[in-house]
Design a binder for this molecule. Structure first.
Ligand code: ADP
Ligand code: MG
Length: 227
């Protein structure tokens, strides 16, 4: 993206300030997030840690525009991420905790549809999907129906689908929970690659080894930021 000095003011791209959450509170039957203010900068991998039930998935859902906060604002480069519908911005990609894969489609199709949904031609999308599966060491599983895969294999397909779109923001919800050490290292290296090309990368985890491998660390407990 050019930021040349001759760009007229109204066409100048928004400043890359990353993803900022200000005073986010989320209440349904009880308060799940309580006055959370955090910044997730572009070009860094931020760990979002906390025990099960501490609000990590809820926070990622708000950060990605899936869920409207009860109060407070979530903005990407200064623009609200909540669009009024629960549809995330095209600039945001997720690796969902429960994978969100289509069981009867193949691994390659599950990855390819993320690109097709963003307007890519099917042949191009399929080719990119193959490459994304290869990043996670599962190129040989492209033809397999997802419902035949193990939990760890599904998790790697979900990673491929989240990473394939090269989004400005990648929100990965416990992406290594089912993986052995070797595959965990692969996912961590790929998360770092995404940050290196300038993406905002957030990884929810309760694994200290994952936290250790990240640039920044935010910890939640009972819906509050504790570090
Ligand atoms: N739709 C919902 N309705 C009621 N409670 C919910 C809902 N979603 C999550 N919770 C509760 O909110 C808390 C935070 O959940 P979550 O954000 O999934 O935490 P984490 O990802 O850290 O495990 C948990 O106690 C969970 O049971
Ligand atoms: Mg969770």
């Amino acid at each position: 993206m050019s930021t040349g000095t001759s760009t007229p003011t109204q066409e100048r791209p928004a400043q890359r300030t990353g993803l900022r959450l200000d005073s986010i509170t989320y209440v349904n039957t009880r308060t799940l997030l309580d006055d959370v203010s955090v910044a997730f900068p572009a070009g860094k991998v931020t760990a979002l840690s906390g025990p099960s039930g501490s609000g990590k998935t809820t926070l990622l859902s708000i950060a990605g525009g899936l869920l409207e906060p009860t109060s407070g604002t979530a903005k990407l480069d200064g623009r609200p991420v909540w669009t009024g519908s629960g549809d995330p911005l095209p600039a945001v990609a997720f690796v969902l905790q429960v994978y969100g894969l289509v069981p009867i489609l193949s691994a390659r199709e599950n990855v390819s549809i993320a690109l097709r949904a963003r307007g890519a031609a099917p042949a191009d999308a399929d080719e990119a999907a193959e490459a994304a599966l290869a990043r996670f060491g599962i190129a040989d599983l492209g033809e397999r129906q997802v419902e035949e895969l193990s939990g760890g294999q599904m998790q790697r397909v979900a990673c491929a689908r989240g990473f394939v779109v090269a989004a400005d923001v990648l929100l990965a919800d416990e992406p290594t929970s089912e993986l052995d050490e070797g595959n965990r290292a692969v996912v961590l290296a790929e998360l770092r690659e995404e940050a290196a090309r300038g993406a905002v990368v957030v990884v929810a985890t309760h694994d200290p080894a994952v936290v250790e491998a990240c640039d920044l660390h935010i910890a939640l407990d009972e819906g509050r930021v504790v570090r």
